[in-house]
Design a protein around this ligand. Structure first.
Ligand SMILES: Nc1ncnc2c1ncn2[C@@H]1O[C@H](COP(=O)(O)OP(=O)(O)OP(=O)(O)O)[C@@H](O)[C@H]1O
Length: 321
């Protein structure tokens, strides 16, 4: 038996229950490969987190089985520790896994990739720290690995998460419902500690991976390991233009439109000028109400994935298409 000890946290609610079965399969395969596996899954995210935090320092890696929400839960548990974060995509959207180029819907291939990465050099990636800064806000801090949604797509995310529609229809339906009543949001922003500026934006997203919403390539050039974030804003567009804009984001061809601006950012503080209650969403999960500060935490998470090999594979696949 190897001395490697892996904690496995599968989210029984991800992808409407499918992740639990995948978690059991991955645990079995890891054990067959001689890895000591401790199951940290729990009936709630809160219980699973407590179990994982209790044993964290005895682990080589924490493997999370679920979607983007479970990945960010895992990132919060291992951030700033030597424990590596392994990801088995088993959620509905799996956008962060897509950004990494991980195998999707293939537990055996996922396990092979984890075992391979255990013998490869450690790769670190950036995290995004989100802090509530409102005068009356309860102290709240969370981490995300993918993106923080602050505009139209935060409203869409809120609606999609509360929808009973099936996974494929949930997001497009929420887009259509939100579009009916949407008008640009009156933000104030302070970028990298600079002066306060005003911006009426439709879409406003702080990106590390740049991919969300089930494969939307919002910022195609974003990198998860460059110590920077990208602030994407879409301004000056009405509902009809926004409707035309959305299909383009799946190919990432929207970035040359005049309405779209992408700028590198390390830290962003923002709120709404009209004092409306708007909640930020990150990696598909509800976070703090605005105002918030969100900042990059360079190299905060050590990944259990051979990112270089995954990138090379993607380049070959891309070239072959
Ligand atoms: N027992 C549990 N363990 C871990 N997380 C849980 C648990 N029960 C509920 N959750 C919550 O499940 C929610 C959704 O998880 P996740 O994002 O992984 O799946 P998904 O929504 O199907 O996938 P995606 O975000 O990729 O579309 C998260 O808010 C997470 O906190």
């Amino acid at each position: 038996m190897s001395r490697l000890r892996v904690g496995l946290l599968s989210n029984p609610s991800a992808a409407q229950g499918a992740a639990h079965r995948v978690g059991r399969q991955v645990a079995h395969l890891l054990r067959l490969a001689g890895i000591s596996v401790v199951d940290l899954s729990g009936p709630s995210a809160h219980v699973a987190r407590a179990r994982a935090e209790e044993v964290r320092d005895s682990l080589t890696a924490l493997v999370v089985v679920g979607g983007d929400g479970t990945v960010s839960l895992g990132a919060e548990i291992v951030a700033d520790s030597p424990v590596r974060l392994g990801i088995v995509p088993a959620g509905s959207g799996n956008d962060f896994a897509r950004a990494l180029g991980l195998p999707i819907n293939d537990p055996e291939e996922s396990t092979r990739a984890l075992l391979h990465a255990l013998s490869r050099p450690v790769v670190t990636i950036d995290a995004i720290e989100i802090i509530a800064t409102g005068e009356h806000a309860l102290p709240h801090r969370s981490l995300a690995l993918g993106n923080v949604n602050l505009g139209f797509d935060a409203l869409v995310n809120a609606r999609a998460n509360s929808s009973r529609a099936g996974t494929t229809l949930r997001y497009p339906r929420a887009v259509m419902r939100e579009l009916r009543s949407f008008s640009p949001l009156p933000f104030w922003l302070e970028i990298d500690g600079g002066e306060r500026i005003e911006m009426d934006a439709t879409v406003l997203t702080l990106c590390s991976s740049g991919i969300y919403g089930g494969g939307m390539q919002m910022v195609p050039g974003a990198r998860i390991d460059d110590g920077m974030l990208e602030l994407l804003s879409v301004t000056g567009v009405g509902r009809t233009e926004l409707l035309r804009f959305f299909p383009r984001v799946f190919k990432g061809t929207h970035t040359d439109l005049d309405a779209v601006d992408i700028r590198p950012v390390r830290e962003l503080t923002l709120g709404l000028r009209d004092g409306r209650a708007l909640r930020a969403y990150a990696d598909g999960e509800a976070r703090s109400l605005l105002p918030i500060t969100a900042r990059v935490r360079p190299g905060a998470v050590r990944l259990l994935a051979d990112v270089a090999a995954l990138r090379a594979e993607r380049a070959v696949d891309g070239g072959a298409q």
